[in-house]
Design a protein around this ligand. Structure first.
Ligand code: CA
Length: 417
């Protein structure tokens, strides 16, 4: 059991076992790479300049860059060494940083005093559709409850290529999108702000190792290509989606904004929270076979709604382990045709719904397309999101070995422009 000389509140998302990475900015200071520990942020650029990483072969200004991409490209052994060195410096028994007043003043800040920025310059963005419960719910509502899953769904992890330019970091707000919508039963569109704006509870992983064109990643290699994971809200305009999505899938209903959490959690930190992946029937083709039984991760996920006035309400509790298709299957499928991937690409899971109605990961499902509005503590109700609503995604892992968390992915819906 490791402890730190930094006082870490019980149930903190960021104990010494987590060591997430992000990009931050202090009032008036330059941008720097950071880790989170308890309620504090540690400036890795300052530590590097003061020689705390001298035994690791790191470029001189690697933690001064606008994004983590150049650090990520250094490779897994370097991520591992940096993570271990930070853990070592933060341990109760280690005096190197603890007793160095100058270094502490220069490198340790309260998290509330720091602005957290987009951690990665995202290259390509792919959004999967890997929750069987979500795909079944949406198929029932948009098409036919008797044939909710299309014939391909149980044989391959369905996905579409999304747009990276509009992925924003937690805390950045956005305006309600406008577009073509059709009244029920009509085939003639009108142009208006979306009246059924929704969130999607997702997680994403960041690519940490590139491949060349023509190269394929087997499931057993997949995790070597993953730098870490974040929370991800794939905001969706359901009325725009309903009209535009056939035959090529979502377009303007999804690409106006997606929100990612600022801290990237490594697979090393998630290792104690591995769990069995769901059984798959029919059997998958050999290239999609799991490399191990415990290729899923047990991550509790929550969505909270904070209306403009009154108390916040928890809308759902789900879990990453419910996903039918795992990350290694997603990556194996993505590259099986020779599609190359690059450091900084982002792969999102698709909405993560569980088996019970309180675990559904979107308002579309929670209200069953607006048929069952959700009462709020302030007396209002919600079918879909209103202007001024703030949606907050949270995630954490907890077992007898301890707890680590993801922080949050938060944004407020502003009125349409
Ligand atoms: Ca999605």
């Amino acid at each position: 059991m490791l402890t730190s000389w930094i006082d870490i509140p019980k149930n903190s998302d960021f104990p010494i076992y987590n060591i997430p990475l992000g990009i931050a900015k202090n009032k008036g200071s330059k941008i720097f790479a950071a880790t989170a520990i308890g309620d504090y942020v540690l400036n890795l650029s300052t530590l590097h300049n003061l020689g705390f990483f001298k035994d690791i072969p790191l470029p001189a200004n690697i933690f001064d860059r606008e994004y983590l991409n150049d650090f990520v490209a250094l490779g897994k052994p370097i991520w591992h060494s940096v993570r271990n060195r930070i853990k070592e410096l933060l341990q109760s028994s280690n005096a190197e940083l603890r007793d160095n007043k100058h270094a502490l003043t220069e490198s340790l800040y309260k998290m509330s005093d720091v602005e957290l920025l987009m951690p990665i310059k995202i290259g390509d963005y792919t959004d999967f559709y890997s929750s069987k419960e979500h795909a079944t719910n949406v198929g029932s509502m948009f098409r036919d409850p008797k044939n909710a899953l299309l014939p391909n769904w149980l044989h391959l992890p369905v996905a579409y290529h999304g747009r990276a330019s509009s992925i924003i970091v937690s805390g950045q707000n956005f305006h309600r999108p406008k577009g073509q919508v059709t009244p029920p039963g009509s085939d003639v569109p009108t142009f208006s702000p979306s009246k059924s704006l929704d969130f999607e509870l997702e997680m994403a992983f960041i690519i940490g190792k590139s491949t060349g064109l023509g190269q394929y990643i087997p499931t057993k290699e997949a995790e070597n290509h993953i730098f870490g994971m974040t929370l991800f809200n794939d905001w969706s305009a359901r009325d725009i989606q309903r009209w535009e999505y056939v035959p090529l899938g979502p377009f303007l209903a999804k690409n106006f904004a997606s929100t990612t959490s600022p801290w990237i959690i490594s697979l090393e930190a998630l290792e104690p929270f591995r769990t069995k992946a769901p059984g798959q029937n029919p059997k998958v083709l050999p290239y999609l076979k799991h490399s191990r039984d415990d290729s899923a991760f047990d991550i509790t996920l929550e969505v909270w709604l904070q209306p403009e006035r009154g108390e916040a309400i928890k809308l759902c509790t789900s879990n990453y382990k419910y996903l039918y298709w795992t990350m290694e299957q997603q990556l194996a499928h993505h590259t099986v045709n020779g599609c190359n991937i690059n450091v900084g690409d982002l792969m999102a899971s698709g909405t993560i719904s569980g088996p019970t109605p309180d675990s559904f990961g979107s308002l579309l499902e929670l209200t069953w397309s607006g048929k069952n509005p959700i009462p709020l503590p302030n007396g209002e109700q919600r079918k879909f999101l209103e202007d001024g609503d703030t949606v907050i995604l949270k995630g954490y892992c907890q077992n007898e070995k301890g707890r680590i968390g993801f922080g949050e992915a938060r944004a407020t819906v502003l009125p349409s422009l």
